[in-house]
Design a binder for this molecule. Sequence first.
Ligand code: MN
Length: 214
Amino acid sequence: MEPHYPFSLPPLPYGESDLLPEIDEKTLHFHHDKHFAAYVDNLNKLLAACPACQSWTLEQLCQYWCRLPGDLRQGIRNNAGGVYNHTLYFQGMTPTPGEGPDVALSAAIDRDLGGMSAFKSAMKTAALGVFGSGWAWLVCDREGTLSIRKTANQDTPLPLCPLLTCDVWEHAYYLQYQNRRGDYFDAWWQRVNWPMVSRLYGQCQENRPRYPQD
Ligand code: MN
């Protein structure tokens, strides 16, 4: 059973100082405990006014927001996306990044993206290319083919299967990196949770849940 209303804030999966020096405590504290928490609270408030939407899963809200009541549609779209995107973002970083993608994901990166170096370069180009606030993504389709995407605001790349995302809203980096989004991206890349990304790649191909449940 996938989660639905009322949603709760997933705990930060590591300590606030565990990603130093790449991501500092103040950034993680405000980003998780204030920004992410606000998306959860706002989504619950909006859904409280929409009993018919309360059985929808987070993925359904993100994917089918256009079917929601007109006066709630944009608010639910923004806040459900905020919850979905931040869940993957925080789980996508780790104090122990490991040695990189596993064998299956590495082979797919070589095949579809031209290898790790080209993958990082394309992801960084996407992150720097988001105008205003948004996200850069590694996704795969139903056939397991990888690609890089950008989304604006709190939009998700669903129904493509998200594997990894970099938050490029200024609140994700401004306290530590100010306007240097590229420096933030390079630091974030050092903390990517490759075991999670590899696991999600396997799960997506088995058509299992599309974001971490643990
Ligand atoms: Mn954010």
